[in-house]
Design a protein around this ligand. Structure first.
Ligand SMILES: *[C@@H]1O[C@H](CO)[C@@H](O)[C@H](O)[C@H]1NC(C)=O
Ligand SMILES: *[C@@H]1O[C@H](CO)[C@@H](O)[C@H](O)[C@H]1NC(C)=O
Ligand SMILES: *[C@@H]1O[C@H](CO)[C@@H](O)[C@H](O)[C@H]1NC(C)=O
Length: 253
């Protein structure tokens, strides 16, 4: 079990405000995503400012990290799909408020079970810019050495600002002894690369499936390993929520 002194700090950073955006910034060590390349990416925003990522897994549901909402109220959050350029009002966008949230035993001290389902106020329209990402079956494992991708609007190592366009980095699943059973961990072997603030909640895509939800990093951005909630442990729970949409008013965590 790794020591996690940075966890609390990083989760609060992931959930704090990032003002403005700058060209050339983005996920550490990545490259700019092409328009429509990751149509399932959600930008989770407060008053028009992106603060976390997410993944559209059903026309009414976005999967993100519970840590995104430690200091934020989901009731005043907007979920924006079809985003490419954070600075423009794009016609591809669909904007939603959150109808309800569901969590499954999130433990902020240990950063365990860092998953959250946001039920949107209405169904998303599937377009060339908005699509669903499939999930792994319950308990599916992803082997060490598997090549995956993670994309988002988060910070680069040098910039204090969000990326204007989403960026993607190729990452490799680390051996189990550098991780924990409830996480999938990744690193970039040859250089710096990985998630940074503003990428919390974004999906880890392995073999076309969303195997992880970005939770936290050990150490500075891009030094890794990056820890993702292991989505396969939550598949049955996710299905149970998707099959019983709620009309409960939204409450905080
Ligand atoms: C989906 O498309 C319909 C028909 O064009 C439109 O009325 C509705 O507002 C759209 N929904 C969203 C979430 O944009
Ligand atoms: C997943 O693993 C848990 C714990 O090992 C086990 O109880 C459960 O039956 C498994 N579920 C499936 C669908 O394999
Ligand atoms: C990721 O790897 C693929 C081939 O495996 C390569 O085509 C692509 O350019 C790489 N992407 C990045 C962002 O390095």
């Amino acid at each position: 079990m790794p020591v996690l002194p940075l966890v609390a700090l990083l989760s609060s950073l992931l959930a704090s405000t990032w003002a403005g955006s700058a060209p050339g910034a983005g996920i550490v060590g990545g490259k700019k995503v092409r328009r429509g390349e990751f149509p399932f990416l959600a930008s989770i925003q407060h008053e028009g400012n992106h603060f976390c990522g997410g993944a559209l897994i059903h026309r009414r549901f976005v999967l993100t990290a519970a840590s995104c909402f430690r200091v934020r109220n989901p009731g005043i959050t907007t979920v924006v799909l079809g985003v490419y350029d954070l600075r423009r009002r794009e016609s591809s966008r669909q904007t939603f408020s959150v109808r309800s949230i569901s969590e499954n035993g999130y433990d902020p001290q240990q950063s365990l079970n860092d998953v959250l389902l946001l039920q949107l106020d209405r169904e998303a329209n599937l377009t060339s810019s908005v699509a669903l990402v499939p999930l792994p079956a319950q308990n599916t494992t992803v082997e060490a050495g598997t090549r995956c991708q993670v994309a988002g609007w988060g910070l680069t190592q040098r910039s204090r600002f969000l990326s204007r366009f989403p960026r993607v980095v190729n990452v490799t699943v680390t051996p189990e002894e550098q991780c924990r059973p409830n996480n999938v961990c990744t690193g970039v072997l040859t250089r710096r690369g990985g998630i940074c603030q503003g990428d919390g909640g974004t999906p880890l895509i392995c073999n076309g499936l969303a195997h992880g939800v970005a939770s936290f990093s050990l150490g500075p951005c891009g030094r890794g390993p990056d820890f993702f909630a292991r989505v396969a442990l939550f598949r049955d729970w996710i299905d149970s929520i998707l099959n019983t949409p709620s009309d409960e008013p939204v409450r905080g965590l």
